[in-house]
Design a protein around this ligand. Sequence first.
Ligand code: PDD
Length: 308
Amino acid sequence: MIRPAPSARIAPASRIAPTSRIAYVNGRYLPLRDARVSIDDRGYQFADGIYEVCALVDGLLVDAGRHLDRLERSAAALGIVLPMARRPLLLVMRELVRRNAVQHGLLYLQISRGTAPREHAFPATLQAALVMTVRAQARAAGEARAAAGVRVITLADQRWARCDIKSTALLPNVLAKQAAREAGAYEAWLVDRDGAVTEGSSSNAWIVDAAGTLVTRERSPAILGGVTRETLLALALQAGWAVAERRFTVPEALAAREAFLTSATAFVLPVVAIDGVKIADGRPGTLTQRLAQLYRDNLPQERAAGVR
Ligand code: PDD
């Protein structure tokens, strides 16, 4: 039997049920069940790849410009040649959102160095592989979590020396998140050898000190420069908040006035306990709630993000 071309099998967006998901794989839009990459893909073999997670609100990508900036930085750091220029990449991202008819959720984009017979060193000319998926997420779940706040645990940071690269090599992050879940917590805050918090397994860590200053670790290879972190810092500074990008220790966090985390998936999420110890009265902090509101009110959606 001759199978129809994948594109011919795709229903128009208006007829796609939100559950019938469409993926983008190296130039083709495919039903998720038909989306495949080779077992020789270096992303699969070596985690030799990079990724981005971009939030979707009201069908629009959030902070797409900053996500693409970081994708370009990650690619440059690893010598991966992006398979597509920025503009067409953004068009594909939007088209995938449209085909999936998702209003609220996430877009996942992964670029691996490409497919080649398994050998650690890579061939000079390799076509990078690009995969994207979109997933709907109930808005209410995020709102309920933000209203209640979340618990975090602390764990030793066991990652490599280039955490600023958004690499798909996430094993220490995966294990830390799993440990958090098993401890009944939402996130694990990772602690370096000097006892300072670097960041969460998939989010940036913040505290509000006694003077009301927002504190988050300075950018360096020890953390991922979060897009949400960067946008929130800019908004907070603009609104006249006192902000300090510096290290903070676990005892300092335990004694903080407030704590919270940021990511593309969680936005600004209050932290109400660390290692089972309540932060202040154990309820989401008022300053954190104001910041979360500030972020939501200024949601950097694609048209406002200065996407080139
Ligand atoms: N994680 N730090 C780490 C280690 C992360 O993996 C992430 C994001 C962040 C926050 O970055 P941003 O604000 O750009 O989302 C910080 C994504 C959401 C993930 O891996 O699913």
